[in-house]
Design a protein around this ligand. Structure first.
Ligand code: TYD
Ligand code: MG
Length: 424
């Protein structure tokens, strides 16, 4: 939110300043509202960026339907698709459209006129790259145009205490005049991710002035549009938890406020010349290299003659240290060709000394694993409020202090079959 431009404002005691809580306008799409921290904020600007074809237009249309149903006046500027296509989509998806205005234009002047005339609570511009400010040079969609259009709309919305949302395309390499250009002009940057050929979509805030940025929204694209996935763990678990395959280990991680179970899959193949390759999808590849080094140096798992590939099932991205232990066990399991015991779930950060470090909210992770029918858990022994050996429902909890200990409990220790061991 903008800081007041009153040059004469004097300093005041912080005691005398009322704490601000933002009004929220929920969209009614639970996963979107979670990422927004409760809903759109009047006077604030949001950009929703994502690759073409992911479902951005569908998401904003559904959100506008929810906002209109809650009594907000909404204006959807459609600069890419004809209004008839938007209407067809709304009818097909059964989106309530009373109170939802649509304007088919790519001209900023026309948008401002309609905005002034109808005074909507919520303005959506789909997309920012296809709207043109006639007072600014450059081609439509150029950085100068995108910046000018955004600036004008943000100022108008702020003055009217309306919420504005820009849809923006980003290319695979994140280039073009997309959300990057807009980042500094708006309050919230949402990224819409996923694979166009699969149904799952992920929503995250890269910047959020009115709430946390760590929340993950999970939605599924289907014949009824985008539907929130309330139980994402079930989507991220690829295999049958009563059987296990070498290289596959389930991790209990935190995604914002939610514990989520994800499956790490690793593959090890003999090196084909050159330095051994390390490839990871769904988490940082540098982390895979580092954890591989720890496995070699601290637990004697020989990896330098093999290439390593690892990914997370379901296409989700995880950036949480609690994933480390699962990556280590998955790599060791793949290298040794030995599966971990079925029904096992793990959580823990792994340090360079081979120690298993504390993770936040361990009991919530264990509760999620117990809910989903897992029977054994490896968690860090140390840390404040660290778990004690025992049971959470049918889940047997084993605290471990080191990678060596974790490998032994997961039956990947020195007694495990396979020749790939060195002395450490
Ligand atoms: P769209 O919202 O147009 O994506 P974007 O604005 O990000 O380019 O939707 C993209 C695709 O989603 C569309 O080509 C087909 C698919 N889709 C569904 O599978 N189900 C639906 O109900 C809708 C509306 C779209
Ligand atoms: Mg679109």
């Amino acid at each position: 939110m903008e800081v007041g431009g009153d040059a004469a404002a004097d300093a005041v005691s912080l005691d005398d300043v009322a704490a601000k809580t933002w009004e929220r306008w929920p969209t009614g799409i639970g996963e979107l509202d979670r990422v927004l921290g409760g809903g759109l904020v009047p006077g604030a600007a949001v950009v929703l960026g994502g690759a073409p074809g992911l479902g951005k237009s569908t998401l904003v249309l559904q959100a506008l339907g929810g906002l209109a149903a809650a009594g907000r006046r909404c204006l959807l500027v459609t600069a890419e698709e004809p209004a008839t296509a938007v209407a067809a989509r709304a009818r097909r998806l059964g989106i309530p459209t009373a109170g939802l205005l649509v304007q088919e234009t790519g001209d900023l002047t026309a948008i401002l006129e309609a905005f002034g005339r109808h005074r909507p609570h919520v303005l959506v511009v789909d997309s920012i790259q296809t709207v043109r400010d006639p007072q600014v040079g450059g081609t439509t969609g150029s950085p100068a145009q995108v910046r000018a259009v955004a600036e004008v709309c943000v100022t108008a919305a702020r003055r009217a205490q309306a919420a504005v949302c820009f849809v923006g395309h980003v290319t695979k390499d994140g280039g073009l005049a997309g959300p990057r250009t807009l980042e500094h002009l708006v309050d919230t940057v949402l990224g819409f991710e996923g694979d166009r050929h699969h149904a799952l979509r992920f929503l995250r805030a890269a910047k959020h002035r009115h709430g946390p940025t760590r929340e993950l929204g999970v939605l599924e694209m289907g014949p009824r549009g985008l539907v929130g996935v309330e139980d994402p763990s079930r989507c991220f678990l690829a295999g049958d938890r009563h059987r296990s395959t070498p290289g596959s280990v389930v991790a209990a991680v935190l995604e914002g406020s939610r514990p989520v179970l994800v499956e790490v899959q690793a593959l090890s193949v003999p090196v084909r010349g050159g330095p051994p390759k390390r490839w990871a999808q769904g988490f940082d590849a540098a982390r895979l290299t580092l954890l591989g080094a720890v496995l070699e140096a601290r637990a004697g798992v020989r990896l330098n003659d093999g290439e390593l590939f690892a990914n997370l099932a379901g296409g989700v991205d995880v950036d949480e240290p609690g994933l480390d232990l699962a990556v280590c066990l998955a790599v060791a399991s793949a290298r040794l060709g030995v599966p971990v015991p079925p029904g096992l779930v793990v959580a823990g950060e792994v340090g360079l000394a081979g120690e298993v470090r504390h993770v936040a909210r361990c009991s919530d992770r264990l509760a999620e694993a117990a809910r989903l029918g897992f029977t054994g858990a490896l968690v860090p022994a140390a840390g404040p409020g660290g778990p004690l050996p025992g049971e959470v429902g049918a889940l047997r909890v084993t605290p471990v202090a080191s990678l060596v200990e974790a490998l032994a409990v997961a039956r990947l220790g020195p007694g495990a079959p396979g020749p790939e061991r060195t002395r450490c």
